[in-house]
Design a protein around this ligand. Sequence first.
Ligand code: APR
Length: 257
Amino acid sequence: MNPLLIPTDLVTRLRTARRVAVLTGAGISAESGVPTFREAQTGLWARYNPEELATPEAFRRNPRLVWEWYAWRQERVRQAEPNAGHYALVEMERRIAEVALITQNVDGLHRRAGSQQVVELHGNLFRVKCFAEDRPVENWPESANIPPRCPHCGSLLRPDVVWFGESLAASALRVAEQAAVTAEIFFSIGTSALVYPAANLPFTALAAGATVVEINPQPTPLSPQVTFSLNGPAGVILPRLVEQVWGDAVGISECRL
Ligand code: APR
């Protein structure tokens, strides 16, 4: 199916929807130059071993390696800009009564684009917390220590992201599940639908009778179940969708599409 051809039935449903939930993954930031995780060759996990960089055990073994790797990822994201896909979701949030934007991304690009209602399921690259006390830390004294130390207890500071084998924040997961249960339309955008519990959310929405839309150039384990499957880049499809639902009404330039 031509990805730029948006099903008219989807356009109609979205035009009348009042509650929409959107789950995003690394794919929505791909067009901003931020690498995804599982893409062959280019994906982070194709180049780096997650066991050595994204687990509490890896951090205990070599905290400096892990800290510097996240510092490198921060730099990549600082050089990136939100893309048309991010901005189209901002427009959706402006046009629909209730939009819950649930992201697995730790890059903060949704907020940088202007999205307000963002649930960061896997944390944020630009936040830090104490490894021992698990509490956020905003300021710490300059020192030669890498990673720096917690100003309260002297333990190591770590990136405030969810590592493999760790649980998600209960409050974030609760909000995400509630949004999936009550959504009329649920979008799954740029995620391989392989990492749980986030990958459960589209199925929760399906079970609750929602219209489920997947936007991804590649098929995923979710694809056979969805109502609409739009196989193309989010940065092309989302602006097109917004244009077809509200294009005439809003005047596209506002969305920086
Ligand atoms: N538009 C839409 N989707 C895209 C695009 C694009 N331009 N480019 C790639 N994709 C799709 C890929 O086809 C793939 O299915 O995005 C998906 C990215 O999948 P992953 O790399 O597995 O990323 P994600 O699903 O977000 O990973 C989930 O795993 O590594 C952990 O904690 C990390 O949050 C991450 C979680």
